[in-house]
Design a protein around this ligand. Structure first.
Ligand code: ADP
Ligand code: UDP
Length: 237
């Protein structure tokens, strides 16, 4: 597998073309951003953790019946993935109130929901990723009705899997963001990453935050938190 020209540099990853037209290589950086790029920093070692954690989850999800873009881990920070056309929706599942949900609806963080919620935002940095519903996504032709149904089904499956996995590590899965893409033949697959950058993870006993909120909120101990969830994942596997 040959790494060819860089196609894109995002906030957390770079995407490269390869000698196979159907495959990309993603390269995970230690760069961290929050509040739509307003806050910038570095989380030393994050790229390695996010790469490894994402790949382990993707491999497990694939076995559990959720198709993913994952092909092969190349190095500590680099992974071969199937090239997809990203559906421009950030798919957010919540089990417990936190972050923008708590702010938007004026409730405290930590309310455990009877059932998980799903919401979409329009993946568009210029607009600040505005919240939208399925009707808006259809009106904007971001996805078809069938694609939205498939995405919803997979997103809840991912939640069931991740919630149980993290529970077995003494970690509570509060909420997370997923992205999906279309393969050349239109098949919807899970893409992007599943990491402490994109999930809220709380220690089940102490409720200590073990995710990017430590960076967003200047809580300190950011690197330690990422290392701790990775350690617990390794212990459970
Ligand atoms: P951002 O674009 O939000 O700054 P990243 O730094 O994580 O985010 O950049 C990675 C980019 O690659 C994202 O835009 C993501 O949607 C996209 N991406 C993830 N997986 C794939 C894939 N398999 N094929 C094509 N693009 C992908
Ligand atoms: N999230 C993400 N990328 C985004 C927005 C949110 O990965 O661009 C994740 C975030 O880490 C959290 C979940 O999605 O686990 C819900 O985030 P929320 O809507 O509460 O927004 P935030 O508080 O991060 O602004």
């Amino acid at each position: 597998m040959q790494k060819l020209e860089q196609l894109y540099e995002g906030k957390a990853k770079k995407v490269f073309q390869t000698d196979d037209p159907n495959l990309y290589i993603v390269d995970y950086k230690d760069d961290a951003t929050a509040f739509n790029g307003l806050k910038k920093g570095t989380i030393v070692g994050k790229g390695v953790i996010n790469n490894q954690m994402t790949n382990r989850f993707m491999a497990k999800l694939e076995k559990a019946g959720v198709p993913t873009h994952f092909v092969e881990e190349l190095s500590q920070r680099e992974t071969v993935v199937k090239k997809v056309s990203i559906v421009p929706l950030e798919v957010i599942i919540r089990n417990i109130s936190a972050g923008s949900f708590a702010k938007r609806y004026g409730v405290e963080e930590g309310i455990v929901f009877d059932a998980p919620t799903i919401e979409f935002s329009y993946k568009n940095d210029d607009l600040g990723d505005p919240l939208l519903n399925a009707y808006h996504a259809l009106a904007l032709k971001l996805a078809t009705p069938e694609e939205i149904e498939t995405i919803k089904k997979y997103a809840f499956q991912v939640n069931d899997f991740l919630k149980d996995f993290w529970a077995s590590c003494g970690v509570t899965l509060v909420d997370f963001k997923l992205e999906f893409g279309r393969l050349e033949d239109g098949t919807i697959v899970l893409a992007d990453e599943i990491s402490p950058d994109t999930c809220r993870l709380w220690d089940s006993k102490t409720h200590e935050k073990l995710d990017k909120d430590r960076f967003r909120r200047d809580l300190g101990g950011v690197e330690d938190a990422y290392a701790e969830v990775m350690r617990r994942m390794n212990e459970a596997l």
